[in-house]
Design a protein. Structure first.
Length: 254
């Protein structure tokens, strides 16, 4: 395993050069990403000024509409909001998604751990993706378990129904639901064993997912986010820019 000494990341190098030096000196990189990875693909986040939670056009707060209890008690309203505001099937991967897939193909990136549900990492070519909050691309009948593609959900009028008559639920983690424990265990294992941990597009305020980064034991933590995070003081390198712009400047050396 290639190791880069902390002193090798010279202060005389600019941020992009430092990032390249760290990435190209390791073959055990893990990426942990949040909503900011997808905003550059035109998908709104939740908590920013222009995010979903600031949208006042709905009589019910978005946090409530995206809860398990609301799904069960107001299915028509849930799916109306879900299809209008959560599904973004036209979105394309940006430079962050594309570069991460390239790093995986080069044998440098071990895993992508994401809080996003849009499937853009896979669309860009990443194979080992842990989706902590589920995916819009996995949908199953609550009665018989039959799976359906997201296009079926998008085209359905009102509540999408299975051939057996059961309701089809999107495979995303709603409020009041627990994260998949197997996904958490896998994420913890990758983070714990990582040489380099890159955190991008997240302010690390959404728990329990954000708490997983505490399992990183290494000395090469990189944070790429437009705003500060609670882990900035632990980082070897902090870059306050958009993740797509930054990752687009990475040159992978084989």
């Amino acid at each position: 395993m290639k190791i880069v000494d902390k002193n090798e990341v010279s202060k005389n190098l600019n941020e992009t050069e430092q990032l390249n030096a760290i990435i190209n000196s390791s073959d055990n990189i893990v990426f942990f990403g949040g909503a900011g990875v997808s905003t550059e693909s035109g998908i709104p986040d939740f908590r920013s000024v222009s995010g979903l939670y600031s949208d006042s056009q709905y009589k019910t707060p978005p946090e409530r509409m995206l809860s398990h209890s609301f799904f069960l008690s107001h299915m028509e309203e849930f799916f109306s909001y879900y299809k209008e505001r959560i599904l973004h099937l036209e979105a394309a991967p940006n430079q962050a998604h594309i570069k991460l897939a390239e790093l995986e193909r080069a044998g440098k990136l071990r895993a992508v751990i994401t809080q996003n549900i849009d499937g853009l990492h896979q669309k860009a070519g990443s194979k080992n993706v842990i989706e902590l909050h589920g995916s819009v691309h996995r949908n199953n009948c609550l009665d018989c378990g039959k799976s359906y593609k997201v296009g079926y959900i998008a085209r359905a009028r009102g509540v999408p129904v299975c051939d057996c008559g059961g309701v089809i639920k999107p495979g995303v983690v709603l409020y009041e639901e627990s994260l998949n424990q197997d996904d958490i265990a896998r994420a913890v294992n990758y983070i714990n064993e990582a040489d380099v941990l890159i955190i991008g597009g997240t302010s690390l305020v959404v728990y329990p997912a954000a708490g997983l980064v505490q399992h990183y034991k290494g000395s090469k933590l990189i944070i790429i986010n437009k705003t500060g995070t609670e882990s900035d003081n632990r980082a070897l390198l902090v870059i306050r820019q958009g993740i797509g712009e930054v990752m687009g400047g990475v040159v992978v050396k084989l």
